[in-house]
Design a protein around this ligand. Sequence first.
Ligand code: NAP
Length: 493
Amino acid sequence: MTGRDILSDAGLWRDAAYVNGAWVSDGKAGTMDLCNPATGATLATLPQLDAGQVRDAVEVAEAAFGPWRLRPAKDRAKLLRRWFDLMTAHADDLARLIVLEEGKPFAEAKGEVAYAASFVEWFAEEAKRIRGDVMAAPEAGRRIVVLKEPVGVCAAITPWNFPAAMITRKAAPALAAGCTMVVKPAGQTPLTALALAELAHRAGIPAGVFNVVLGRASVVGGELTANPKVRKITFTGSTEVGRLLLEQSAATIKKASMELGGNAPLLVFDDADLETAVDGFIATKYRNTGQACISANRAYVQAGIHDAFVALLAEKVGALKVGEGFEDGVQQGPLIDAAAVEKVKDHIADAVAHGAQVVCGGATHNRGPLFFQPTVLSGVTQAMKITREETFGPIAPVVKFETEAEAVAMANDTEFGLAAYLFARDGARLWRVSAALEAGMIGVNTGLISNEVAPFGGIKQSGIGREGSVYGIDEFMEQKYLAWAGAGEAKLV
Ligand code: NAP
């Protein structure tokens, strides 16, 4: 089984763009083949829209905005809830699509679907809790009233590493707020996005409210950022592309949310519980074969626990099972493409050339050209590429340190500030170091930090804004202030 035949519900296999509630298969910019990274097999051939067709999708979303924003919040909530229920009912099929086009193990893909659906459930609830404010005015007889209103048409551009969750983390709050959306999924993972559109359709989300366009990134991104009818751009991906989209959006002064690259440090102090620290590192490092923005990119381990940490880490990493996502017990799938493999090889070669030791792994895996052995490096320093750049692969580099101040200085020595992790038992140290680390999210004695209740996002060049949580919906709302005269306590007539 290679494609559509792997699904229980063949209707979730969609290979056309979704605009105004209809499937668009005549892309004016040709077609693109989609490959399975584990096998290299062609999965589907998808239409590529041209700039005019993307403009049409924006027009459609603008036309749908008026009626959608006027629907009572409770109605929008019900439709989102139905979308959540359908995602949950079809979780296995959604996970199969993720495995096929992205390569992660099936169990992890199921986890991603549950995570993706949790945002739809959460924001279905939050839709009903949108509220403004009334403030005491400085002058007599006045009231200051603050209303929250939806921003308008939002454009979302998403990456391949979490093909479902990176869409729902944006679409759910946008639709809950009363915005409409045009999504451009990553070119390597459109099938999951299109299945989500099919489920949105079945849930009864009206035509034009949620649209998925396909096409060359620069063409689609160029139109979405230049078009003045798009009022907000919400992006998850590399810092490099985020910077470009911000530049392109400057001409039309769009609101922007940016979830960008990371280079997360993980600090292990002498007083940490060894097993908890190693398991925490493996949980954050090897999820999705190291291809997550919040993956710990580099571990700093204090001298007293260093050797025991490296030994236990290598033992556990060496036992990770590599293979195709549908095989039983597989924990590591392929990397997404040949460029990803080259980056991993380059980071290892650079580290070894500068004195690092390969403790386990270190080479491509015999399962196929995009598979790589889970790897541990010791003797790593700040001078190496692997501590300075996001590796996005299954490589765990370990740097030895002596003092807390030294570890925090190395951890913060990066333009990124998405996530950081620390492992220790001393409560005062946990607070002190958490306060000193420059990151939007900190895992304290845990490698697992993502859920729909917590605000997800970075500082420095890792991004702008937050997704999920009670704060996430504000990213899709404007404040409108009414200066209300003649509204104070007066003599009754
Ligand atoms: P990417 O190359 O920046 O691509 C992300 C999205 O941007 C894709 O849809 C891509 O389209 C599109 N894109 C590329 N060039 C574009 C352009 N010139 N104009 C408009 N759109 C353009 O990133 P990626 O390799 O997919 O994902 C990995 C990166 O995402 C890592 O840096 C990771 O840290 C980051 N990330 C961050 C978060 C977070 O929440 N902070 C979460 C996940 C990933 P095509 O696919 O069609 O090229």
